[in-house]
Structure formats: structure tokens, C-alpha cells
Design a protein around this ligand. Structure first.
Ligand code: FES
Length: 647
């Protein structure tokens, strides 16, 4: 890279600016805030960052644009772009460098849809014992006969009224103590963290106390503003994780943090900025002052945990994958740059091992498998799949890379759960007609001729695989049966079999939405990883049958249980024994915010749960190969009898 800069203009947004010669179009889009998909984080492995280089003179911008103003990696482009698209100057933005002034068109399908963030809190009974409690005291005013310092006066009053001893005072509280005491006419309310540190002081008697529970997912972030005395959720705010712009999955973010200049800082800034936005929005909506948020609890997987705390994540990316810390962390919000109460702490739940981090611990304390007799399998399907198996006798956990396919990446017309994504579908036996629904529309395609599908998201992908299997469109091995006569079945220009889910006229992207043979393969790889993980843990624990499957994670609430069981996402259990519990990780953050005893429980169980590193398991490959079949090459599924096709 040299000092030369070139003008780049993105259309249709019109966003433009000067970028360094040799920057990729994807990096230019990131710098200029252009919405452009980059599911694989710019590795040339997803094909979602498709753009068109415009040719011609653009007087308005004072530039001449030409494909010659770019250089690209042909082999990678031709993996994802048809010959015709290449001729029309379509390129992958992450593989194309800028070597001259250029105008770039971002087609509809490459623009990031606003993801529908599905992280509603679930109704749970939570025992209240917050880490921060408020205490009201009436102090004796200072006199010439009693010149005790304000803090000592306060400490003595707290000792005599509440038996609080050995309290320390946080520095910002010290700075405002004198004025606050006098403003309240010697009557004040103090907020005490863990019965040991005064983290706030307010004039007069204040009863309400506020805290924020935060679930930082790889893709989405949710904040729950709670009243600490009642446990009530006053408001929920969510957003896409702003780090998505630097890589969709944890590995690409680790790569960005360790290889790019200021990578860790950029990723950390992005999430802190995002959280401050949530804090701003949530307080504005409720009329509560940001300063009055006096405690915060956070969950996230190990990589997210490190990036949030600005810890170098490089060692998480290589064997033996140790985190910087297992134990929970308490850090001042101000040290992280979070705009809540000056003295407030942020409690970050503990990590287990590998990528199984504080989010999984959140699930643990929410679902409490360690208090149950039944053998539970908890599946948290996020961008990374996490599994917990066990009961009060023993617990195991593991994680596997399932996310990309289930969340729409690696799938030809896959997309996130955004407006226009096919989220539900049925295929009719015999005719192979497809009925589908898209996010943001209550009607089926058969009822709404202008349904405008844009792609297919995770829950739709589950349905597509299950329905294609049940109707014989794919066999047990996952091969598309091209002997079936249907206009929906065909080969693409590269000779790959595909099935049309939505005709071009039913879409907003002007071409058919298909599921192709490669997509089925990607689904098989993802579901097989999940199934094999469960089987390996069952073997290790000597468990023959699971009593209950819990689908945690917001995504788990939207997938069809029957579709998940049909494709063999988990060993046979009976659809009636499958329960979706919503965003259990977020609930775990809320529980930790509202009950300090659960923080201790989290630290204990994070160390007690036995982590299984699946990639090191000698049987993993054997299990994985067998679990590729629908629903499995050997295992029986008696509870699906009558539903599955005879093989
Ligand atoms: Fe370019 Fe994935 S191929 S971001």
C-alpha cells in the first residue's frame, strides 16, 4: 500500500470517500459505512459480498469508473460468480482491490438487511438478591463540636443502622460526597456493591435502583434494563453486534483482531459504542438517567468476552485454546468506556473452556440442569453451536461450528433473519409445490402474490432440508433425486442439482431462490457436528437416552421442532420432549444481575462442567460421518415412526 488515495462511490447509497490504493472494496465499504454483506469476514469463503463495478464517466463525482481500476482474485470470484456475472463486471468485494477511481454498485441481495433481533426476555421467576443494594441514612450534621469527615460520618451511620462494616468509597463518589450530603440536608441514599464498596451516593431517600443485563451474541446484542428491587424488566433494546462488519464468526474476528492494524481496538470500540447506543436508547425510552444504572451483568462467548474486555484473543484461536481467565470478572464500567453510573461495576460471567464461554454459563444458571434428575441435552444454536449434557450427577459441555450454515451463510441464497427471508416452508408430496412465509409478512406466498422473498434464513433452511427429505426430493444420503419430474428440479450452469423454493416473480431479487446440492451438504455438515457432539458426550457419560432436549438461543425458538428432529439435529427423544426456552443466555445475565448468589453458582459450575474438545475426540470423525445421513446412518428414531420415509 502506498500513499495514493482513490475515490470510491457506492451506489445506490451514494456514499463516497477517498481510500488508500490497494484497499479492498469491502474495507472501503466498512470505512464509509456502506451496508455490504461479509458473512465470512472477507475470507472469500461465502460469496455474499457481490458487487458490480460500473463503467463510464460520472461527471457528478468527477471520475471515470472502469473495471480496470480494480484488481481481483479470479479463482475465488469464479467460485461464486457465474460466467455471465463476471462478464457483467460482478466481483467479490473482499477479493477486489482498488487501483483507481471507481463506482461500485451494491445489489439488493448484497445489502445487509436489518436483522430481526429475536432476543425477548422470557418470563422466569428470579429470586432477588442484587449485588448492589441501596441504604438510606440520616446523618447528624457536622458541628464545631463534631468535625468528623463526611465519609467517616456516613460509614458510622451505615454501621449502626445496617451493620455494614469495612466499607470503602469509590473515588468518583468521594468527589461528589460533600455536596450530595448537604444537598440532601444530611439525608442520603448510598448504593453499596457486594456489601463492601459504596458505588454511588444520592441526596435524600431514593428507593429505585437500576441495572442492565446484557447478552452480547456473535451476531446480535440485547440489553435488559431491570429494576433491582423488583426484578421487573423496564425495557429491552437490541441491535446487530456492530463487530459483524469485521467478521461474521468468532474465528474471523480473532483473525481481524490479531492481524489487522488496531484490529483489537476497532472491535472493542465497536461493541462499546454499540452498548452505549443501547444504554442511550433504553434510558431515553424509560426516562431513567444513564447515571442511575448502577450495576451491569454481561454474557458472551469466550471470544466476545475477550473482545469486550479488550483482551487479546489470539490464544483462543490456537490449540489448546486457553482463555485469559476462566473466573468471572468485575470491572468498572468507566474503565471500559461504558456510560452508566460512574462507580458502577460490570460483572462478566465466567468462561468454561474453548469457545464455551459466559453465554453458556448464563444458560447453565438459567436452566439449572445441575438440579435435575432428568438427563437433559441443552442445545444453544447461535452462530456457534453449544451443547450441555447431564443432570445433577454430572455435566458436560462442548461446542461445534454449526452456525454459518444454520444462519444462512454458506447457503447459496441464505441470508440472516431479516425482512423478506423465507422463514417457514412446506413442500407438498407428489406435486412438490412450495408454500412459504417470509419475515415481516403474515401471509403465505399462495395468499400474497407480491411476497418479495429475498433469501432463506435459518429456520427456513431447517424446513427446506426436512421437507425435501420427507417428500423424497433428497435421499437419506442427502443426494437430490433428479429422477423426479418437476420444473423445480434442475441443474445450474455449473451442473449442480438445485430445487427452486421461490420463483423469480415471488422474489424481490429478480431471480429464483433455490436450495442446491451444496447447500444440503452444508446443512448436513452443520447438523452432523451437533449430533456427533451430543453422541460423544452421551458415550462418555454412559447415557443411552436423553429425557429432554432444550433448544436455547433465540434461533432455537423459531426453528420447527419437527424439522429439527427429522433432519437429525439431536438423538431421538420424541418431539413432545423438545422444549424451546428462548434466549436462556440473556436470561442468565439477568439472573446474575438480580441475584448475586447466582454469580457464585456460575463460578462454581463453570469449573465443574467437564468440557469436551470435540476436535480432539478420536471417535469424532466416525460419528460425524454416520450423522451426515438424514436423520442418521444407523441410529433409530422410534419416536419419528410414521413420519420418516421408509428407507
Ligand atoms: Fe467476500 Fe465472504 S466472500 S465476504
Amino acid at each position: 500500500m502506498n500513499d495514493t488515495k482513490y475515490t470510491i462511490v457506492f451506489q445506490p447509497s451514494g456514499l463516497r470517500g477517498k481510500v488508500d490504493a490497494g484497499s479492498t472494496i469491502l474495507n472501503a465499504a466498512r470505512e464509509l459505512g456502506v451496508s455490504l454483506e461479509s458473512v465470512c469476514g472477507g475470507k472469500g469463503a461465502c460469496g455474499k459480498c457481490k458487487v458490480r463495478i460500473e463503467e463510464g464517466e460520472y461527471r457528478k463525482y468527477g471520475i471515470k469508473s472502469s473495471v480496470a481500476a480494480t484488481t481481483t482474485v479470479d479463482e475465488v470470484n469464479s467460485k461464486y460468480l457465474s460466467k455471465q456475472q463476471l462478464k457483467q463486471n460482478y466481483r467479490l468485494a473482499c477479493q477486489t482491490k482498488i487501483v483507481g477511481d471507481v463506482v461500485v454498485f451494491v445489489p439488493e441481495e448484497s445489502r445487509k438487511g436489518q436483522q430481526v433481533v429475536r432476543k425477548e426476555a422470557t418470563a422466569r421467576k428470579i429470586k432477588l438478591n442484587p449485588a448492589v443494594k441501596k441504604y438510606y441514612v440520616e446523618l447528624k450534621p457536622a458541628t464545631l463540636d463534631d468535625t468528623t469527615g463526611d465519609f467517616e460520618r456516613l460509614a458510622a451511620a451505615l454501621k449502626s443502622k445496617y451493620e455494614l462494616t469495612n466499607l470503602v468509597l469509590d473515588y468518583p463518589v468521594l468527589l461528589k460526597l460533600q455536596n450530595t450530603v448537604r444537598q440532601g440536608k444530611w439525608n442520603v441514599t448510598v448504593s453499596v456493591w457486594q456489601d463492601c464498596e459504596i458505588v454511588d451516593v444520592e441526596a435524600g431517600e431514593i428507593k429505585q435502583s437500576y441495572g442492565l443485563a446484557v447478552d452480547i451474541g456473535t451476531t446480535t446484542v440485547a440489553g435488559y434494563l431491570c429494576e433491582l428491587n423488583t426484578g421487573n424488566i423496564l425495557a429491552t433494546e437490541s441491535m446487530m453486534n456492530p463487530q459483524v462488519a469485521y467478521g461474521e464468526d468468532v474465528m474471523s474476528r480473532i483473525g481481524y483482531a490479531t492481524k489487522e492494524k488496531d484490529g483489537l481496538k476497532k472491535l472493542n470500540d465497536a461493541i462499546i459504542k454499540g452498548l452505549n447506543q443501547i444504554i442511550r436508547d433504553i434510558t431515553k425510552r424509560t426516562g431513567i438517567k444513564q447515571d442511575n444504572i448502577i450495576d451491569m451483568a454481561v454474557v458472551g462467548n469466550t471470544c466476545i468476552h475477550h473482545l469486550f474486555l479488550k483482551i487479546d484473543p489470539q490464544y483462543l484461536g490456537k490449540a489448546p485454546f486457553p482463555p485469559a481467565i476462566h473466573h468471572s470478572v468485575n470491572v468498572k464500567a468507566r474503565d471500559l468506556g461504558l456510560n452508566i453510573g460512574d462507580g458502577a461495576y460490570v460483572h462478566v460471567l465466567p468462561n468454561e473452556a474453548g469457545f464455551v464461554g459466559a453465554d453458556n454459563v448464563g444458560v447453565l444458571i438459567a436452566e439449572e440442569p445441575y438440579k435435575q434428575d432428568k438427563m437433559l441435552l441443552i442445545i444453544d444454536i447461535g452462530t456457534n453451536g453449544e451443547l450441555i449434557l447431564g443432570n445433577r450427577n454430572k455435566l458436560m459441555s462442548s461446542s461445534c461450528a454449526t452456525g454459518p450454515a444454520f444462519e444462512g451463510a454458506e447457503i447459496r441464497h441464505g441470508m440472516r433473519a431479516a425482512a423478506g427471508a423465507i422463514e417457514k416452508l412446506k413442500i407438498e408430496r407428489g406435486t412438490f409445490d412450495v408454500e412459504f412465509k417470509v419475515i415481516g409478512n403474515d401471509k403465505w406466498n399462495t395468499e400474497d402474490k407480491n411476497i418479495g422473498a429475498r433469501g432463506i434464513c435459518g429456520s427456513g433452511i431447517f424446513d427446506a432440508a426436512a421437507q425435501m427429505f420427507l417428500t423424497g426430493l433428497i435421499d437419506k444420503s442427502g443426494r437430490i433425486n433428479m429422477k423426479i419430474k418437476s420444473p423445480r428440479l434442475r441443474f445450474d450452469e455449473g451442473g449442480i442439482a438445485e430445487f427452486v423454493i421461490a420463483w423469480a416473480k415471488e422474489t424481490a431479487i429478480n431471480h429464483d431462490i433455490v436450495i442446491c446440492q451444496k447447500d444440503i451438504r452444508a446443512i448436513q455438515l452443520a447438523k452432523s457436528a451437533m449430533y456427533s457432539g451430543a453422541k460423544i458426550m452421551m458415550d462418555k457419560m454412559g447415557v443411552k437416552k436423553i429425557d429432554k432436549v432444550i433448544l436455547a438461543g433465540a434461533f432455537g425458538s423459531y426453528i420447527d421442532k419437527a424439522s429439527a428432529a427429522t433432519i437429525g439435529l439431536f438423538p431421538d427423544c420424541g418431539i413432545g420432549c423438545v422444549q424451546a426456552v428462548g434466549n436462556a443466555a440473556g436470561d442468565g445475565a439477568r439472573i446474575a444481575l438480580l441475584n448475586k448468589n447466582k454469580r457464585d453458582e456460575a463460578d462454581i459450575w463453570a469449573r465443574r462442567v467437564e468440557y469436551v474438545e470435540l476436535t480432539l475426540e478420536p471417535n469424532f470423525n466416525k460419528y460425524f460421518t454416520k450423522a451426515l445421513a438424514f436423520p442418521h446412518a444407523e441410529d433409530k428414531f422410534p419416536s419419528l415412526a410414521g413420519l420418516l420415509p421408509e428407507m
